[in-house]
Ligand binder design. Structure first.
Ligand code: NAI
Length: 328
């Protein structure tokens, strides 16, 4: 039996947590032969801690053979101790009358503290995925607050946007989701992100040629993927949770176990490629292997794509400048 991997999850009693933990414990994220220890963080509030206790009781009742241990806590340094993987899901939601700026600042406080705790106690190889919104900027803040950890270990979740785009494309082209390759989602996890299927293929042939409908791309596909989160809230009365948890599983599984040569989208710190300033956490195409991701580089960017990339970058730069005073 392999040694257990320590997986920290914040916001563990929230709705994404509830859709996520059972799948991690069943082996869907790290493999069916990989035991895990879950280290679960919730707010130091009676209600949150009680809910966390209930979730842990249910995990226990599943008798997962791969669940080698569990810790529930309100202390980030306990949750992140020796963590190999950290899923930062918990975040401050936007309250009534709260401005976007206030939301950024409230979350900046959370992710500064959690970055510092990771820096202090996590495994030096910890793989961090930030799900809590604004995910890219929260990941940036955590990365900047953890100077002793490699910056490349901090990532943000664009995979839900990637998966949403895949399904829309499969429906439009009448092909199976699993047959589509080389899709990209550039930028911020927000309605400004740019799902780009210029390079996508089905069975080796161009998906763009098969669809052959540029109007659909600009006026239907891109806005639909961008506003999908809002459409789910309107339909369900609650934000995406199972699909978000599923995307988090996909992101970490591919990062740890590899993507078999396929392109996937991850929010990663830019190395300056594609004109994105170094350090900005941006959705890029990557190929993953042996626990590392490698950006797909030197793809041509046409005028339409450049405008879309500039727009999502401008939003990220604005978010970054809104919190820069907190980062020294
Ligand atoms: P939720 O409100 O159901 O759960 C969040 C949980 O986090 C709560 O139980 C809360 O007590 C906890 N929490 C808040 N601050 C915390 C902190 N500082 N430390 C530990 N726990 C903390 O929310 P839900 O639906 O689970 O969503 C979580 C986050 O994920 C939200 O920010 C949401 O916007 C984001 N999200 C991101 C997506 C993406 O694609 N990147 C997709 C869907 C949601």
């Amino acid at each position: 039996m392999k040694a257990p991997v320590r997986v920290a999850v914040t916001g563990a009693a929230g709705q994404i947590g509830y859709a996520l933990l059972f799948r991690i414990a069943s082996g869907e994220m790290l493999g069916k032969d990989q035991p895990v220890i879950l280290q679960l963080l919730e707010l130091p509030l009676d209600k949150a801690q009680a809910a966390l206790k209930g979730v842990m009781m249910e995990l226990e009742d599943c008798a997962f053979p791969l669940l080698a241990g569990m810790v529930g806590t309100d202390d980030p340094e306990v949750a992140f101790k020796d963590a190999d993987v950290a899923l930062l899901v918990g975040a401050r939601p936007r309250g009534p009358g709260m401005e976007r700026k206030d939301l950024l600042l409230e979350n900046a406080k959370i992710f500064t503290a959690q970055g510092a705790a990771l820096n202090k106690v996590a495994s030096r190889d910890v793989k961090v995925l930030v799900v809590g919104n604004p995910a890219n900027t929260n990941a940036y803040i955590a990365m900047k607050s953890a100077p002793d950890l490699p910056a490349k270990n901090f990532t943000a979740m664009l995979r839900l946007d990637h998966n949403r785009a895949l399904s829309q494309l499969a429906n439009k082209a009448g092909v199976a989701v699993g047959d589509i390759e080389k899709l990209i989602v550039w930028g911020n996890h927000s309605p400004t992100m740019y799902p780009d299927y210029r390079f996508a293929t089905v069975g080796g042939a161009s998906l763009k040629d098969r669809i052959g409908d540029d109007d659909w791309n600009a006026n239907d596909f891109i806005p639909k993927v961008g506003k999908r989160g809002a459409a789910i809230i309107e339909a369900r009365g609650l934000s995406s949770a199972a699909s978000a948890a599923n995307a988090a599983i996909d992101h970490v599984r591919d990062w740890v176990l590899g993507s078999d040569g396929k392109w996937v989208t991850m929010g990663i710190p830019s190395d300056g490629s594609y004109g994105i300033p170094e350090g900005v956490i941006f959705g890029f195409p990557v190929i993953t292997k042996d626990g590392e991701y490698t950006m797909v580089k030197d793809l041509p960017v046409d005028d339409f794509s450049q405008k879309a990339i500039d727009k999502t970058l401008a939003e990220l730069e604005e978010e970054r400048s809104g919190v820069s005073h907190l980062l020294g």
